[in-house]
Design a protein around this ligand. Structure first.
Ligand code: RFL
Ligand code: PHB
Length: 404
């Protein structure tokens, strides 16, 4: 995709990063008549090649509708009213819809969300620069922040009122904040997820999360004919260590016999390993610079919260900017970090809880090894027989309500 319109030297909001956070924020602001420029380090094709999240909460679906990009999602996405937990050789359904008074989730890949947002951006003619190299932030503590970058070998400068740092975990925005002004909280897990994408029918109608003595497994999907499956793997593992045959055998060995028997296998069309991490940076505002999405926090993918949390930040931030430009009210801007972090920490807690409940932890200190596995099995057994416990899981999985 080429750069569609001439890039202005001044805008209201400079958005760094064209992942879901940056693109969604850009689209919501554009619809509200707020000028913005998106600067992305990579090409559009590269961004679309990253296979990531697959489950959208209702609040994320609503926000995509508000941005005017929900049409294909409603046509092609799969509405799920439950998930299955597999352990001790059997599967147990958690009826999300009944337990939450009618709430569901939408199974629709992050790649498709990103594509819909990129298409809408191109159609709107709002400026976006792909392959913007060496992005640097200037004077974000002042009323006249600027961003400089190189595009096609030429250095450019963009003056703005605000900078939205939507540039993911390895981006430049959080890295630009002096160490003494930011506090990081982190937990790195001693394993990763090996994921594959394959064009075969899903093994069941809903997602299966499996706790097994050999390690965690997840059967997810992108459509009725494309699956996304994961197995917990060692951090030392390389993608090349995992042939398709080894992957399918390992996945089957971690599922209940019925699922293993009905599994349709096929060649992988993508295969990658992701490390698991919990991370929060506080605060999320530094003068005129606001962090959103993975730039500010990371969750392990077990709770399917990463993308949804990014959307939640964008919801708060877009409203804050809209209030500011409509009638100069700064309450939303001033309260952004506090409100966003309250939600972030709850999603961190849930993602950490599900990760702890479902993975095999190497023997060591605390609830690990064989003792830890027995604790997990007892907790899972309690969970699937207690309406109170299942309701707690369900209300977190479908997404907690917003603080207005
Ligand atoms: P993104 O998607 O990382 O987008 C950030 C964008 O910023 C660009 N960028 C820069 N641009 C300009 N200048 C710079 N200096 C820049 N540095 C970086 C990047 O190229 C990129 O395009 O963050 P965003 O928008 O906040 O979206 C967050 C979600 O992507 C993320 O939370 C989820 O995908 C997390 N996640 C998963 N979540 C789930 O719910 N389920 C999953 O299965 C799942 N799998 C994953 C994941 C995240 C992964 N990462 C980050 C490595 C698997 C992986 C591998
Ligand atoms: C996915 O489909 O990629 C997916 C689904 C649920 C998760 C994590 C990843 O919890």
């Amino acid at each position: 995709m080429s750069t569609p319109t001439p890039i202005p030297h001044r805008t209201q909001v400079a958005i760094i990063g064209a992942g879901p956070s940056g693109l969604l924020l850009g689209q919501l602001l554009h619809k509200a008549g707020i000028d913005n420029v998106v600067l992305e380090a990579r090409s559009a094709e590269y961004v679309l090649g990253r296979i990531r999240a697959g489950v959208l909460e209702q609040v994320c679906v609503d926000l995509l509708d508000e941005a005017g990009v929900g049409e294909r999602m409603h046509r092609e996405g799969l509405v799920h009213g439950g998930i299955e937990l597999a352990f001790a050789g059997a599967r147990h359904r958690i009826d999300l819809q009944t337990l939450t008074g009618g709430k569901t989730v939408m199974v629709y890949g992050q790649t498709e969300v990103t594509r819909d947002l990129m298409d809408a951006r191109a159609a709107s003619g709002a400026p976006i620069v792909y392959e913007a190299a060496d992005v640097q932030l200037h004077d974000f503590d002042s009323a006249t922040p600027r961003v400089s970058y190189t595009h096609d070998g030429v250095r450019h400068e963009l003056a703005c009122d605000f900078i939205a740092g939507c540039d993911g975990f390895h981006g430049v925005c959080r890295a630009s904040i002096p160490k003494e002004r930011i506090q990081n909280f982190e937990r790195v897990y001693p394993f990763g997820w090996l994921g594959i994408l394959a064009d075969v029918p899903p093994v069941a109608d809903e997602l299966i999360y499996s706790n097994h003595a050999r390690g965690f497994a997840l059967c997810s999907m992108r459509s009725k004919s494309r699956v996304r499956h994961y197995v917990q793997c060692s951090l030392q593992d390389k993608v090349e260590d995992w042939s398709d045959a080894r992957f399918w055998d390992e996945l089957k060995s971690r599922l209940d016999p019925e699922a293993a028997e009905h599994m349709v296998t096929g060649p992988s069309i993508e295969k990658s390993i992701a490390p698991l991490r919990s991370f929060v940076a506080e605060p999320m505002r530094f003068g005129q610079l606001f962090l959103a999405g993975d730039a500010a926090h990371i969750v392990p993918p077990t709770g399917a919260k990463g993308l949804n949390l990014a959307a939640a930040d964008v919801r708060y931030l877009s409203r804050a900017f809209m209030e500011f430009y409509a009638d100069k009210r700064t309450a939303g801007i001033d309260d952004y970090s506090r409100k966003a972090l309250r939600r972030v920490w709850k999603a961190e807690r849930f993602s950490w809880y599900l990760t702890s409940l479902l993975h095999k932890f190497p023997a060591g200190a605390g609830d690990t090894g064989e003792f830890g596995h027995r604790m997990q099995t007892a907790e899972l057994d309690y969970l699937v027989h207690s309406t109170a416990a299942m309701t707690s899981l369900a209300e977190n999985y479908v997404g907690l309500p917003f603080e207005e």
